[in-house]
Design a protein around this ligand. Structure first.
Ligand code: ZN
Length: 455
């Protein structure tokens, strides 16, 4: 995504602190050129040759651009909606499906822009979205999301979601929001052919994402896995989010969630799962051995009282653990640095205080990159993409703090001062470049009111 001509060498000089793999010394800063990190400098070191641009980062903590592994951008239109403020997942969904069925193209464009801008301001440079709603007139939902992502200059893994199992066939969603397999698979192939980029630096990627065990048939799970294999794209779904879902699998399929996953050809490193809460020890070992990815979404899991992901055990077993804010009707925000703080604290409740802020930040960067199958993102190291988030610590909330990296999570950093994607600044002085936020909020809020009117 680097524009030709941006071969300018930029030195981000002498940062206050840097999150590097294995604590590599980067006190001298980072050099970026052509969208890639070309040098990581130790204390007192200078770039090999002089740089055309120098950015003095002495007041900034620099971390890899954060990567969000699970979201439903459209749900920013139904945040904090009274009927579902205090209920668990299944009634939450049953109340929301008819509202979501009213989604129109312009609504989705606004919602996508709102979610991405929020993420970007929180230090996120790459976001995955799970979009599974295609009511009449919204056939080009993913194309709309591609355009919105490009306008903001971010990276995205946009998943072609699907629902095939309606209420008439024993599923949870109403018939009006499910599609037939033929339509889903044809559109999946079209989206891969049209938008999916491969190799280092890819800006837009497509993945296939049947929604959840209780909203899709086994057939679409199997056929999606085959299509993903043929096209070498990734697979995503919700799994083991609630005990209701586990009961559903036992009743309908006669097996637990991981057995179901394996039975449809999904127990593979191509797959990343949203939530992954209700696994037993044997299932954690199998998921780890298969190298499956898990999007840990602590805020949503607490909000819906779903449970706690065994993230540390999953990661230690070999799974790729990343972070997700989840859809904005169950969080109800899209702030990834705050999500890292939630992950730190909820995992400490389970595993103890030795879980470090650095580990939580790595879940949101290198771990997320691995979950999305990206070895070019998520770390500050030579050869990786120049995707960076810079935070200042001069806010009231940081006053009196000592360890700058720990302060980001412990003092509750919630907004990046600067964010770089592929070597170009997308956030400057805490504002998204080229985005009229008040106008966006006004139109998005009006769309949100229309969606719930009369519901
Ligand atoms: Zn979700």
């Amino acid at each position: 995504m680097s524009a030709p001509g941006d071969s300018t060498r930029l030195w981000i000089k002498n940062p206050l602190a840097v999150l590097t793999p294995d604590g590599v010394d980067a006190a001298g800063g980072i050099v970026a050129q052509n969208g890639v990190i070309t040098e990581v400098l130790g204390a007192g070191e200078e770039p090999a040759t002089p740089c055309e641009e120098v950015y003095d980062a002495r007041e900034h903590v620099v971390i890899p651009g954060l990567i969000n592994t699970h979201h439903h951008f459209y749900q920013t239109l139904t945040r904090a909606w009274s009927p579902v403020v205090s209920v668990e997942l299944f009634p939450w969904l049953v109340n929301l499906y008819p509202v979501w069925a009213r989604l129109r193209p312009r609504d989705l464009e606004l919602a996508t822009t709102v979610a991405l801008a929020e993420l970007l301001l929180s230090g996120c440079t790459t976001a995955a979205d799970h979009h599974y709603l295609f009511p009449g007139g919204l056939d080009d939902a993913i194309d709309i999301q591609v355009e919105a992502t490009r306008r903001l200059g971010m990276r995205a893994v946009l998943t072609r979601g699907s629902m095939t199992l309606g209420q008439d066939d024993g599923g949870l969603p109403p018939q009006e929001v499910v599609q037939d397999a033929e339509t889903i698979l044809a559109d999946s192939q079209r989206l891969i052919d049209t938008h999916h980029q491969r190799g280092p630096g890819a800006q837009i990627q497509i993945a296939l994402a049947p929604c959840s065990p209780f909203s899709v048939t086994r057939e679409i799970m199997r056929e999606s896995a085959e299509l993903a294999e043929r096209n070498d794209v990734r697979l995503h779904t919700h799994l083991a989010e609630t005990l209701d879902e586990e009961d559903f699998c036992l009743e309908r399929f006669g097996m637990r969630t991981v057995d179901y996953l394996e039975s449809v050809g999904w127990l593979s490193p191509r797959t990343w799962l949203a939530h992954g809460i209700h696994f037993d020890d044997g299932e954690i070992a199998r998921l780890g051995a298969a190298g499956v990815g898990v999007a840990h979404c602590p805020s949503s899991n607490m909000r819906l009282a779903s449970g706690t992901c065994r993230a540390v055990e999953l990661e230690d077993a070999g799974a790729a653990v990343g972070l997700g804010v989840d859809g904005s009707a169950s969080n109800d925000g899209s702030n990834l640095i705050l999500e890292a703080r939630q992950a730190l604290y909820v995992q400490r409740l389970r595993y103890g205080a030795e879980i470090s802020p650095e580990r939580a930040l790595r879940w949101g960067s290198a771990g997320s990159a691995r979950a999305l199958g990206r070895d070019d993102l998520g770390e500050i190291a030579v050869g990786k993409q120049a995707d960076l988030a810079l935070f200042r610590l001069d806010d009231l909330r940081f006053s009196g703090s000592h360890d700058p990296l720990a302060a980001l999570l412990l003092c509750g950093a919630d907004r990046a001062d600067r964010v770089m994607v592929a070597g170009s600044w997308r956030v400057v002085d805490g504002a998204v470049e080229g985005l009229d936020v008040p106008a966006l909020v006004a139109e998005h809020s009006a769309a949100a009111r229309r969606m719930v009117a009369g519901a």
